[in-house]
Design a protein around this ligand. Structure first.
Ligand SMILES: [Fe+2]
Ligand SMILES: [Fe+2]
Length: 407
């Protein structure tokens, strides 16, 4: 039995190793850790210098109170790494802490903050707080799993076995998190290179667009009844691909991108090429990620009604493949436009409208929604617009998670 549990954990670790996007990985790790100890809830904090940032939360009890298909909404916050909180103490000392009843902690430097429970209408009892460290023992973050359940569903303390297996798994997971953090940092660096050229593309913008895209995709895929495994894999791929939607701007001259005035017709033609120039970067390899990144880059400005760009052109040469009567490339239309491109288009426009940019103020919420509704069936796939509004509460919480850092 114990041996089987260990085998499961090793298998899980190698499975998790195939996930590449940091956010998706953290979600999986939290889910699997909870499963190992049969815990009702859990949270992950990621370290940012002297703070722990609350990034992920799962709670079976609270989720079961939501209507079908709805996700748990939580707001992010950060707490200083001090010995006053359970997570802070664990991050400071590198120790795993097991408490049987967090409301009755006595004689310890830390206490349990009840405010989350009070707001959510939840009761935390048993809790295991596990530090996540890299091989140099630097703290990457802290994971908390909450309310272990026995086979009858009753809340019980975490036992020694749970602690052994969870710690073992957290150790392996930490290494994988570190790798994903490096991948994320590399992607953001690539984006910074294009951002230096186009001040509109900030790290926060691309993170938001990627997260919105993933939410829209997931709900769409669930409606379609796609298998869970396929959804998970695609979420991972889409998140990274959507981050790179405008990477082709690296190929556009600064003189045009940074021009303070309106673009001329010729300049706009050049700007349009960022779509296929971006797709070209992912031409070489045939991995599912490269394919997705190619689709998103080339088709995120195509419109559902066939009025977008760049249309039917050769990604490598930019040559027009199908021309209209005036010699312009025939745009893609409807489902000819790859799904990931259609999704990223909504996410990108939504974020652009609701954010402040150098040349404009942010629109107010209602105006943004009206505009998106109005563009349904014109610029956007109407089915996806419906899905967008269906998961609007999650979309809004993502806005909070990735605020604009520089004003
Ligand atoms: Fe673009
Ligand atoms: Fe964008």
């Amino acid at each position: 039995m114990a041996n089987q549990r260990l085998k499961d954990i090793i298998k899980l670790s190698s499975e998790i190793n195939t996930v590449q996007d940091l956010d998706i990985l953290l979600e999986r790790i939290l889910h699997e850790t909870r499963r190992i100890a049969n815990a009702d809830a859990g949270t992950i904090y990621i370290r940012n210098q002297d703070y722990l940032v609350f990034t992920h939360a799962q709670n079976d009890t609270l989720s079961s109170r939501l209507p079908e298909g709805k996700k748990l909404i939580y707001s992010t916050f950060q707490l200083p790494i001090t010995e006053k909180s359970l997570a802070g103490y664990s991050a400071m000392t590198g120790e795993t802490i097991v408490e049987d009843n967090v409301y009755a902690i006595e004689g310890k430097p830390y206490t349990f903050g009840k405010s989350y429970d009070e707001k959510a209408g939840y009761r935390t009892r048993s809790m295991m707080t596990i530090p996540m460290k890299n091989e140099r023992n630097d703290i990457l973050g802290v994971m908390q799993i909450i309310n272990a359940r026995d086979c009858g569903g009753l809340i019980v303390p975490f036992d020694d076995d749970d602690m052994l297996y969870v710690n073992h798994f957290a150790g392996m997971a930490s290494m994988i998190i570190q790798k994903a953090q490096m991948t994320r940092a590399l992607l953001l660096r690539m984006i910074q290179m294009s951002e230096m050229r186009d001040p509109r593309e900030t790290g926060a913008h691309v993170n938001r667009v990627a997260s919105y895209s993933v939410e829209i995709y997931e709900l769409w895929a669930k409606h379609k009844g796609l298998p869970d495994r396929e959804i998970q894999v695609n979420r991972d791929i889409l998140r990274m691909a959507a981050m790179l939607h405008d990477i082709g701007k690296v190929a556009i001259s600064d003189l045009i991108l940074k021009k303070p005035a309106r673009f001329s017709r010729e300049e706009f033609e050049i700007i349009k090429s960022h779509t296929w120039q971006g797709a070209k970067i992912f031409m070489e390899s045939q991995s599912a990620f490269d394919e997705a990144a190619r689709d998103v880059a080339v088709s995120h400005h195509e419109n559902w009604d066939g009025t977008g760009y760049p249309g039917h052109i050769d990604i490598v040469t930019g040559e027009i493949l199908h021309k209209d009567s005036e010699g312009n490339p025939l745009p893609l239309k409807g489902e000819e436009i790859p799904l990931f491109g259609r999704i990223t288009a909504i996410a990108d426009v939504y974020d652009a409208l609701s954010s402040k940019r150098v040349y404009k103020e942010s629109w107010n919420e209602e105006d943004v929604y009206n505009e998106i509704r109005c563009l349904s069936g014109k610029k956007f796939d109407p089915d996806l617009v419906d899905v967008f509004f269906e998961c609007l509460d999650v979309i809004k919480s993502i806005r909070e998670k990735y605020p604009e850092t520089e004003e």
